[in-house]
Design a protein around this ligand. Structure first.
Ligand code: SOE
Length: 394
């Protein structure tokens, strides 16, 4: 009888769907150390709960996360909620002796993220994971491997961008525009991803935030008359009343990496024309990589060690059996999509829980806390209009 683990997922909106899809399908494609059992779905909205559970294959439902977390049958708790409840839920789950997976960013505040990190340190028998899913794009994992193999050599430049354009003036004041819930806007939502990707690919940390700016283009939004229906803009309908958006719509910062490279990051919800364009570029002495999620099945690679007359960018298809996870799906060049990044993460989490080594590092709470420190350093740099050493952000 294959070993399995009962999963409790909290959340039934956008990430509830991506995670449910991953648990439903992962065992079809991967040989897993533990089989996922979709045991309990927890959400606030009783009306939608039963239909969501039926559609996505959850055996039980509950609107009481505290009671569900105490269920001795549950082994893994997966938090797919807005950011403000990540800490309370993750700490309760760890104290209940569960393994915990949590959506990014770790928390809506540095203090909350620190409490999660400390709770994970205390919970010796529990593993923790954070859904920085873009690490599980085969092309991004290949970039990580190339740097690790020394094929880029000394790194000079790191560039990250996350460009969306959904947040126009007509979008109501959903939770993503409320600092008390989200913690920040494009910063914690999008910049977090590219900071994590840059750390993952280079193996380096951001040592200093040298300068940063944030902008809120739309300062007032209509208060939603109905809740979010899931998805980025929430699908909520506006009412007559308006409320203040107290988060950034765009953030840019410059910095220095621990290995001596300079870095630049840009994250925005107002890059008209780009709906979900994210990427990282790394320029080294011996080579360079460029990843663009809009072209997610390819990695651009430049080998700077070949004779100049042969030197140029190669567009490497990352869909072959020798690329991370790709071989689990289809023959080469039969491309994969956004949802596969969550399936790849689910596979690595289930294998890690079963004692196997993941193909590339999985971010746990300790790792994700480093990204949260960099996010905080950027916010301090914006507020104080000065450079900030990340080592001073504890
Ligand atoms: C909204 O910006 C969002 O759903 C992010 O929260 C996700 O992390 C990203 O993958 C897609 O866009």
């Amino acid at each position: 009888m294959a070993k399995s683990i009962n999963i409790c997922l909290v959340g039934q909106k956008f990430m509830g769907r991506t995670h449910s899809n991953a648990y439903m399908k992962v065992a079809k494609y991967f040989d897993l150390a533990l089989q996922p059992v979709m045991h309990t779905l927890v959400a606030r909205d009783q009306a939608e709960l039963a239909e969501f559970a039926r559609r996505w294959g959850w055996a039980n439902t509950s609107t009481d996360w505290r009671a569900a977390f105490q269920n001795p049958e549950i082994g893994l708790i997966d938090i797919g909620t807005p950011n403000n409840v990540h800490a309370e839920m993750a700490i309760a789950a760890l104290e209940a002796g569960k393994h915990v997976a949590c959506e990014k960013p770790l928390a809506n505040t540095l203090a909350g993220a620190r409490q999660m990190r400390d709770a994970a340190r205390k919970a010796k028998k529990s593993k923790t994971f954070v859904w920085y899913n873009y690490r599980r794009v085969p092309a991004v994992a290949l970039a990580h491997q190339l740097v690790k193999e020394g094929r880029l050599g000394r790194i000079y430049h790191v560039r990250g961008y996350y460009l969306q354009d959904w947040a126009g003036p007509d979008v109501p004041l959903i939770w993503r525009f409320q600092k008390k819930i989200a913690g920040s806007g494009s910063h914690g939502d999008l910049n977090a991803h590219i900071i994590d990707m840059a750390r993952f690919i280079t193996g380096e940390e951001v040592a200093e935030v040298s300068g940063a700016i944030m902008e809120t283009f739309v300062k007032e939004r209509v208060i939603p008359s109905q809740g979010s229906t899931g998805g980025i803009s929430g699908g909520a309908k506006g009412s007559a009343a308006k409320g203040r958006s107290d988060v950034d719509d765009a953030v840019l910062f410059l910095g220095r990496m621990t290995g001596g490279a300079v870095c630049s990051f840009e994250a925005t919800r107002f890059a008209t024309g780009y709906q979900n364009k994210n990427g990282v570029e790394v320029h080294g002495e011996k080579g360079a990589i460029s990843f663009n999620f809009e072209d997610m099945n390819y990695l651009s690679w430049l080998d700077n060690t070949v004779p100049a007359r042969l030197r140029g960018w190669t567009r490497v298809p990352t869909t072959g059996g020798d690329h991370p996870w790709a071989g689990a799906y289809w023959p080469p060049a039969h491309i994969i999509g956004y949802e596969h990044t969550f399936m790849n993460q689910a596979a690595d989490m289930l294998n890690a829980l079963g004692g196997r080594k993941p193909i590339v590092p999985l971010p746990d709470f300790e790792d994700a806390y480093q990204t949260q420190r960099i996010l905080e350093a950027v916010s301090v740099s914006v507020r104080e209009r000065c450079p900030v050493k990340v080592r001073e952000v504890k």
